[in-house]
Design a protein around this ligand. Structure first.
Ligand code: ADP
Ligand code: AMP
Length: 217
């Protein structure tokens, strides 16, 4: 099953993708995570990515398309994948369709998480994650069961993203409105776009997505 989770920064894509990865056994492909790994490695790509991410802008399409093409060619994607953060432009969406067609594959579901814009800054500025396993948390909406201890791996170290500050968030939202939202009609015309209420609580959103994936919605 090949799935895209679409939605503005902070909509809950990563939170939901991790749950679907666990429950459906297909990997989350998060281009933002791949770029952050490149930044941490100090590679040339990482240096370029750091500047672009700090400015809340988007990386060049050709580079991102190559990154995803390499990734979906790997054996763990044989039974499908969950795209989180890609595609982000119409050019990326078209390139994705083309690369899937070349493989005799196609998209099964494009799921938009709809969240009111006022909630996004709040979600993003309160976001943090486990420094060891990457599990996502929020200061108010998703705290670990035991304060200061990761639910999944027991680590006591956490980190925050450098671009999760209010100023960068505004640019990221602008990029979403200008460059990413135009993809929605592209998928709507293909009859693939489904919407879920991303304002609901996390379990409820997971339930809505699963009903779509299981053909019950
Ligand atoms: P995205 O991957 O779309 O940028 P995340 O999944 O990282 O978004 O979610 C952003 C923040 O909002 C995280 O801290 C997460 O814990 C929190 N969050 C995610 N979904 C919800 C929800 N339905 N209600 C409240 N908070 C949420
Ligand atoms: P995310 O983790 O999805 O919020 O992405 C963080 C940042 O990485 C974005 O603000 C962009 O600068 C960059 N990025 C991630 N995915 C893409 C993509 N598909 N195309 C262009 N830039 C991207």
């Amino acid at each position: 099953m090949n799935i895209i989770l679409l939605g503005p920064p902070g909509a809950g894509k990563g939170t939901q993708a991790k749950r679907l990865e666990r429950d459906y056994g297909i990997p989350q492909l998060a281009t933002g995570d791949m770029l952050r790994a490149a930044v941490a490695s100090g590679s040339e790509l990482g240096q370029q990515a750091k500047k672009v991410m700090d400015a809340g802008e988007l990386m060049p399409d050709d580079l991102m398309v190559r990154m995803i093409e390499d990734r979906i060619s790997q054996p763990d994607c044989q039974n499908g994948f969950i795209l989180d953060g890609f595609p982000r432009t119409t050019a990326q969406a078209e390139a994705l369709d083309q690369m899937l067609r070349k493989r005799g594959a196609s998209l099964d579901h494009v799921i938009e998480l709809k969240v009111e814009e006022e909630s996004l800054v709040d979600r993003i500025t309160g976001r943090y994650s486990c420094a060891k396993c990457g599990a996502g948390y929020h200061d108010r909406y998703q705290a670990p069961k035991v304060e200061g201890v990761c639910d999944y791996c027991g680590s006591t170290e956490f980190k925050r993203r450098e671009d999760d500050n209010e100023e960068t968030v505004r640019s990221r939202m602008q990029a979403y409105r200008d460059q990413t939202a135009p993809i929605l009609p592209y998928y709507h015309e293909q009859g693939k776009l489904k919407q879920v209420d991303g304002m609901a609580d996390i379990d409820e959103v997971t339930g809505q997505i699963k009903r779509i994936l299981d053909g019950k919605a």
